[in-house]
Ligand binder design. Structure first.
Ligand code: NI
Length: 227
């Protein structure tokens, strides 16, 4: 399932991100791709260990931690430090699947990629092309979101970024190891949680019934969680 999270970053935050990113020194993205991916990857990336990537990445991590919809959808155990890329002048990334295991920078442990995330930092009208095409159960979906919005999708999905033929597409991207490994279990928990939140907000449902549903949520999570 694709999950779109709107307004992860405010318009002011996006403007500040872009002021920094538009002056940054980018490097060829093919440096960081595996052997198979290198053949299909043509974009620019911000050096991961640079001060700017670290500062903006930490800002994003704080925004994610405070976003209830993200926490509910991803049930994050570990989040890879956010990376940044830029596609222009026909830049693209052909069909691939993200690596299953990523070494965490500067650490001994690694992360299993359960979910992939892209945060859009360019307005859709500022570039042509650049759709993120994600293949799922119901065919391929084209994703091109407003600046500040994010898409989450299973890392097992085949996906690609179509060529950017005009303007520039700047994004952040990263991976998440979830407390719940199985996509369908995680999706059930997300749907249940969203319904409980909606009932709570609407009012009129007896408190005991909401507590019972919340109990079911936690008891399912208890069965499926890996800590
Ligand atoms: Ni990818």
């Amino acid at each position: 399932m694709l999950i779109v999270i709107e307004n992860l970053l405010s318009a002011e935050e996006v403007t500040r991100f872009r002021q920094h990113l538009d002056q940054a020194q980018w490097e060829a993205g093919s440096h960081s791709a595996g052997e198979v991916a290198r053949a299909v990857k043509s974009n620019l990336q911000l050096p991961d260990e640079g001060e700017l990537a670290i500062a903006l990445g930490n800002h994003l991590l704080r925004a994610l931690a405070q976003h209830p919809q993200f926490v509910s959808a991803a049930l994050p155990k570990t989040i890879y430090p956010p990376k940044f890329n830029r596609y222009a002048d026909g830049g693209h990334y052909g069909v691939h699947v993200d690596s299953a295991v990523m070494q965490l920078p500067g650490r001994r442990d690694s992360l299993r990629t359960d979910l992939s995330a892209t945060v859009f930092l360019s307005a859709p009208e500022d570039y042509d092309g650049g759709e993120l095409m994600i293949e799922g159960q119901f065919g391929a979906q084209a994703v091109k979101l407003n600046a500040g919005d994010m898409v989450l999708y299973p890392s097992s999905s085949l996906h690609q970024v179509l060529p950017v033929t005009e303007g520039a597409r700047v994004c952040s991207f990263f991976w998440i190891q979830s407390l719940v490994r199985d996509d369908s279990q995680r999706e059930l928990l997300y749907d249940l949680d969203q319904s409980i939140q909606a009932l709570r907000a609407a009012g009129g449902t007896p408190h005991d019934e909401i507590s019972r549903l919340t109990g079911i949520y936690h008891n399912l999570l208890r069965q499926w969680v890996e800590t």
